[in-house]
Design a protein around this ligand. Structure first.
Ligand code: COA
Length: 552
């Protein structure tokens, strides 16, 4: 392993300009985080306090192991949605340790619209299900929700259903092993261990919400406050003319002694959380993070990342300067250092976890793509996870590159990314456009985790290129139809299109749509990647030796 001398001049005008610009973006990010952390109106919070109840984040704090790291996922989902319940929706999703086991916590924010599931929350639930399935993570639902957001029911309906479907799949999950006993094939019964979900119900869980504890492997109900029913008293009266009160229909005592929907009756919120911890201790062995012990902090200051990431996405920078500020001891072994130089590939460790890094250092040329394809195969041979760092506008275009088979070479890389079975983590630190995004394991290529910096942009192509291409198409089309172009109108349309494309490529839009798992402060890169790696290392990593056809 070798360490290079720092190449960053922290007093240079470029560094200072970058730092100012990133700090501005960080204050924008923090203002959005603040919105997300606001758990409803003052009146709703006052009412909850008067009912002597804890807020969602307070329950999460009680549940998490102290002194162990945790991260919040998708905090800005729905940030830009017009008909939603605000940034973050009505659930808080946290990845962290409970009873020494890495878990996903999904806490309903009952002080925001009674925790009803808006569209953004339904997207969060879907993504949470995917993360839990792929990483075999135990999920803990802290339940208090009025079910689907009724005025927006058409957009929520199917996603809500899928959340239950996935919970069921995880519960039965397991790979049946086949053992051979005296020459006879026999299915082993021990293999189907499942990925459990625990639901802790603190308040109302109505209609769809009632199926959350219903579909869980374990359910804990808080005495006197948990109310779980398919239909409340008014609806029952309307439907069947039956008179019934809350407790008879869905109270914690009733479900613990008569219906059997509740497995444990907790006397209060704290007791419910303690029962959850005990269950986890008994059903899951502590996660074995055998690599963590030899972790060494980076030698370079993480705060310098703010001055390294360019203020303008067109400005190039050396990706090694970023990598050195979050990997162990700032050390790495670079692969093919002098070949395909716009793709940086290296072996290193983050918080003791071995990882291969594939990072853009500009536009992807033929050699850069070949190098990454080779590197992905090596990672699969050695069962090592890969981190993709995106900063590219895509593959090199032009006559020379087309004639040299850029499409074939790019497709080989995309085949390698798709066929690879070691866990992938993606980090967007600048541009992530076009097929470059696909080749670097963008959202559609299913990385286990995907985080973005506040300056990141992604889409089919940059706004200027997109509006310019559309202008050429319109001119050619008009000419072939012998139509006269209205130049003023075209100019206005082009400007509008460029603005729209820029806004849609912005990280605030993409994170709002849950196309990433969160926009992060760049100085937290090591923290987020460490937990992501701890997660992927919690289950077996097995590389692939089989890929799609590499066209030559
Ligand atoms: N969809 C949209 N908004 C909802 C909602 C839902 N399913 N459930 C509650 N809300 C809203 C209320 O309109 C109110 O909004 P406001 O603050 O703008 O006035 C806010 O959430 C708080 O509701 P409130 O009834 O005052 O809270 P509560 O704690 O007293 O009662 C419930 C909570 C869940 C018992 C009650 O709101 C309820 O019965 N909701 C409907 C449940 C239902 O039938 N869901 C079916 C969908 S699957």
């Amino acid at each position: 392993m070798k360490v290079r001398k720092p190449t960053v001049d922290v007093l240079s005008s470029g560094f200072i300009e970058n730092e100012i610009s990133m700090k501005k973006l960080l204050s924008e990010l923090n203002s959005y985080y603040k919105l997300s952390k606001q758990e409803g109106s003052a009146a709703q919070i006052k009412r909850t306090r008067s009912r002597k109840k804890l807020l969602a984040r307070e329950k999460i704090d009680l549940l998490l192991d102290k002194k162990k790291p945790h991260i919040e996922l998708m905090p800005l989902a729905g940030l830009k949605h017009e008909n939603g319940f605000g940034a973050g929706g009505t659930t808080v999703v946290v990845l962290g340790y409970v009873s020494n086991v890495l878990c996903l916590i999904n806490a309903n924010v009952s002080t925001r619209k009674a925790g009803a599931v808006d569209y953004a929350t339904s997207l969060k639930n879907l993504r949470l299900s995917q993360i839990a399935k792929e990483n075999k993570l135990l999920t803990i639902n802290l339940v208090e929700s009025g079910g689907a957001n009724l005025p927006d029911q058409d957009r929520v309906f199917n996603n809500y259903g899928k959340f239950f479907f996935e919970m069921s799949k995880r519960s039965k999950e397991g790979i049946p092993t086949i053992s051979v006993v005296f020459g006879i094939f026999e299915m082993s019964k021990r293999s189907k261990e499942g990925i459990p979900t625990i639901s802790v119900v603190f308040g109302n869980a109505t209609a769809g919400g009632a199926y959350v504890p219903g579909m869980s492997d374990y359910s804990i109900f808080q005495k006197n406050t948990a109310k779980v029913f398919l239909a409340g008293p008014p609806l029952v009266k309307m439907a069947t003319n039956e008179d019934a009160n809350d407790e008879e229909l869905g109270g914690a005592q009733m479900h613990s002694s008569i219906s059997g929907v509740s497995d444990f009756l907790a006397k209060d919120e704290k007791d419910a959380i303690e029962i959850t911890k005990k269950i986890i201790k008994n059903i899951k062995k502590p996660t074995q993070n055998k690599f963590e012990n030899d972790s060494i902090a980076p030698k370079f200051d993480k705060k310098e990342i703010l001055g390294i990431i360019p203020s303008h996405l067109k400005k190039p920078f050396d990706i090694r300067d970023l990598v050195k500020r979050f990997v162990d001891a700032s050390e790495f072994i670079e692969f093919k250092e002098n070949y395909g130089r716009t793709m940086f590939c290296c072996w290193t460790k983050i918080n003791g976890y071995p990882v291969g890094i594939i990072a853009n250092n500009g536009v992807i040329f033929l050699e850069s793509a070949r190098k990454a394809t080779h590197f992905i195969q090596l990672a699969n041979k050695s069962n090592i996870p890969l981190l993709f760092i995106h900063n590219t506008t895509g593959f090199m275009v032009g006559k020379k590159y087309e004639q040299n088979g850029m499409i074939n070479v790019g497709s080989q890389l995309i085949h390698a990314v798709s066929g690879s079975t070691v866990p992938h983590i993606s980090l967007q630190v600048g541009n992530s456009y076009g097929a470059g995004n696909y080749a670097m394991c963008g959202r559609s290529f299913e990385p286990r985790f995907l985080f973005s910096y506040p300056n990141a942009k992604s889409g089919v192509m940059g706004a200027d290129q997109l509006s310019g291409v559309m202008e050429i198409i319109k001119r050619n089309s008009a000419s072939s139809l012998n139509k006269v172009i209205d130049e003023d109108k075209l100019k206005i349309e082009k400007k509008k299109l460029a603005e729209q494309a820029d806004q849609k490529a912005s990280v605030w839009h993409t994170t709002s749509e849950v196309w990433d798992d969160g926009v992060i402060d760049p100085t937290d890169t090591r923290k987020f990647l460490s937990l992501a790696l701890a997660t992927v290392y919690s289950s077996e990593i097995k590389g692939s030796s089989s890929f799609g056809v590499f066209r030559m």
